[in-house]
Design a protein around this ligand. Sequence first.
Ligand code: PLP
Length: 287
Amino acid sequence: QWIFLDEGFVKKEDAVVSVYDHGFLYGDGVFEGIRVYNGNVFRLEEHLNRLVESAQSIMLDIPYTKEDLEQIIVDTVRKNQLENAYIRVVVSRGVGNLGLDPTNCSKPRLIVIAESLALFPKEMYERGIKVASVPSRRNRPDVLSPQVKSLNYLNNILVKLEANQAGVDEALMLNDQGYVTEGSADNIFIIKNNVIYTPPVYLGALQGITRNAIIDIANHLDYEIKEAPFTRHDVYVADEVFLTGTAVEVIAVVQVDGRKIKDGTPGNITNHLLSEFRKVVTSDGVQ
Ligand code: PLP
């Protein structure tokens, strides 16, 4: 396996970074997770825009243009001869001293990892997953916007730990007003009376690229879809609930805080959207 590190490809065993890298010392950096389906990089442009915007927000100058990044990502997939893959792009602040001031860091570091995909088990999609709600530990938008995919994912890790403690598969975050925002690494949708709802991102959710794709697909299929705030109660009494994300794609949620959603099996609209999503991903992307 070949990994792009700084300026070239190195073997996985040699892909190591300095302990003085501020990505390691302080979580100072940004990242993206991207999928490759049948040799096509899905919505690469959107992922690169989000990466560049995350970097801009934290005053990190990525030493590559978007075109360079696109080429490096495609080359990494090719070099590893992958048809279906998960790509992780990391840009860290780079090597500095032990002080946290980023002006001490010489040069941002770029890492691109492409791996063959560890797919989630098929049963998970057939059965659906269980989630538990937790108070959000996402940063307030006036501090570090939830739109920034920073290397500081400790808040999300904490909610995932709570889900593990509760014996469920994923956590559902609530913002400080009690509105449902998202999962630890996925967006949420609910369906009530054939209308699909997802929280507006200003409530504190990442503008997920899978979320965007599902909104496009739902519109294309003539489903009514709305961005609107909702509470846990609305989730408990929904007809269907599902999560979306690059890794998980579209997954039904069949239990929330011990409440069974309808008959406790994945709903028809969720299944329809998942199958359409899988059709779209194989035909849409950068080759
Ligand atoms: N929300 C958070 C906090 C995430 O980290 C992710 C994963 O990237 C998502 C939602 C889903 O976004 P996407 O569909 O772009 O992967």
